[in-house]
Write a protein that binds this ligand. Structure first.
Ligand SMILES: Nc1ncnc2c1ncn2[C@@H]1O[C@H](COP(=O)(O)OP(=O)(O)OP(=O)(O)O)[C@@H](O)[C@H]1O
Ligand SMILES: [Mg+2]
Length: 456
């Protein structure tokens, strides 16, 4: 605390970061109960109005001249794609993800990729010692020609260092460890996180360096501390995956300079994250020659990107009065709904059977286009009759058993055709949208005709 600096007490919501002048039981912004915490914040000096008001620069939008700024490309295709092609000077990016998912690994590899392009990078770590970073760098084969590493948690030290040297890119791992000496509260509190992010973002915009902030997430999957962080930065990217599987998905949740429909796919290997450029063959890596009942291949779209995945179902006679329904990778309520549709419309005796459904490879999916392949896999397992292993199935199923059209059908079909699938069972209304003439298209209108086609 700097002596003589005026401070006031404010109450911040630990869920959303909203500031309240006094304590109250419920946050007025996000309605969370008992989430306000007391923090000391510095009183901003009010300048006298007449002296500080400057005339603002105004322009007609068609008169604004564009200053073409050269962005940075890391050369990691999967990463650049998620950022919208390139990293612009002054751009601020928040990277978040579960503990241990590989955020620091990704940041160090990205730093190395930019460094190889001749871009100078400052890597600020508040979490790991320099020798820990060195160990990781060795494991990841990071040469680090243009990477400067500092280990500090002091906000003022960081801003002073950045002001002194001219870095193109600054990475802060993580924003929750950085604290300003001007505030009383410990690092990680809402006031500190907000202040640190605010200072760094303002400096990035003013000095024109690109800024990456690594942010932790809470157990509910929110970015820990203030939700306001997400509003402050230009781009929010999430790094997600499953600790039991090696794949990692990078997804933009917000991007002021690019599409959020792109994903990047990586695989965690011993020397770091490797890009997966052909995701479909990655998720279909099972034995495609073997014909099995209960396995159906479908084309899903993660953002704009088509992926082929295998849906697997196991249906067995239940030994208890209450049959089990277990869904892995798809929503359990969705499974219950699909089973209800099957019982009602198809007359299959599912109330005496346990049903287990999973998405091979550990992906978590929530797409309406999965309905039909899930149903087909269940019936295939129930009747013990396999679905042809060169057939791809997509379709949304309505409550009355009708098959509804899905989005981006052409991409799904093209991806399947690329991987050697020759028959596509798709919603009838989608048939005209497919441009590929070399595949056999089977348009289906309801689940019964689809199941007749697939399982016979
Ligand atoms: N020697 C190793 N060999 C293979 N994989 C490793 C090795 N060391 C670490 N990993 C992988 O890296 C992951 C940790 O990566 P990293 O430290 O980048 O995660 P993080 O998201 O930054 O975690 P935190 O939230 O704790 O900062 C581990 O979960 C493990 O999968
Ligand atoms: Mg880390």
């Amino acid at each position: 605390m700097i002596p003589g600096k005026k401070v006031k007490t404010a109450y911040f919501c630990t869920q959303c970061g909203a500031e309240h002048p006094r304590w109250q039981g419920q946050c007025r912004e996000c309605n969370a109960w008992n989430s306000l915490a007391e923090e000391k914040v510095p009183v901003r000096q009010k300048a006298s109005l007449s002296s500080s008001v400057k005339k603002v620069d105004r322009q007609k939008i068609n008169r604004i001249t564009l200053t073409t700024t050269q962005g940075y490309r890391s050369g990691l295709v999967e990463f650049d794609r998620v950022l919208g092609g390139q990293l612009l000077p002054g751009m601020t990016v928040l990277l978040s993800g579960d503990p241990g998912i590989g955020k620091s690994t990704l940041m160090l590899q990205v730093a190395e990729a930019y460094s190889r392009q001749g871009v100078s990078v400052l890597y600020v770590t508040g979490e790991e010692s320099l020798s820990q970073i060195k160990l990781r760098a060795q494991r990841l084969n990071v040469n680090g020609e243009n990477i400067t590493v500092v280990n500090t948690t002091g906000l003022e030290e960081i801003t002073a260092l950045i002001a002194e040297e001219n870095y193109n890119i600054v990475l802060v791992d993580s924003i929750q460890t950085i604290a300003s000496a001007l505030l009383d509260s410990p690092p990680g509190t809402v006031g500190q996180v907000r202040e640190a992010a605010n200072q760094l973002i303002m400096q990035a915009k003013a000095a024109g360096f690109a800024l990456f902030l690594v942010g932790h997430v809470t157990k509910d999957g929110l970015i820990a501390g203030p939700k306001v962080l997400e509003h402050m930065v230009d781009t929010v990217i999430y790094f997600e995956g499953d600790s039991a599987h090696l794949y990692r998905l990078l997804r933009a949740q917000k991007n002021r300079f690019g599409s959020i429909a792109e994903i990047g796919l990586f695989q965690m290997v011993s020397d770091g994250l490797a890009e997966v450029s052909n995701p479909s063959s990655y998720f279909l890596s099972g034995n495609s020659e073997m014909v099995r009942s209960g396995a159906v291949v479908t084309g899903v779209c993660e953002g704009n990107r088509p992926l082929l995945v295998e849906i697997q179902a196991l249906v067995s006679r239940s030994s208890y009065g209450y049959p089990q329904r277990v869904a892995g990778g798809i929503d359990a309520k969705k499974l219950a709904l699909l089973l209800a549709i099957l019982e009602k419309r198809g007359d299959y005796p599912l109330n005496t059977h346990d049903v287990f459904v999973s998405v091979a490879g550990g992906l978590k999916l929530s797409e309406p286009a999965l309905d039909l392949p899930v149903l087909a896999a269940i019936v295939s397992s129930l009747l013990n009759r396999p679905v042809d292993n060169k057939t791809m199935v997509v379709g949304e199923v309505g409550l009355s058993g009708e098959v509804r059209p899905v989005s981006l059908i052409d991409r799904r079909v093209a991806e399947a055709a690329k991987l050697g699938f020759d028959t596509m069972v798709i919603p009838d209304k989608n048939k005209d949208q497919v441009t590929d003439k070399n595949v056999t298209l089977v348009g289906v209108k309801d689940i019964q005709s689809a199941l007749d086609q697939l399982i016979g």
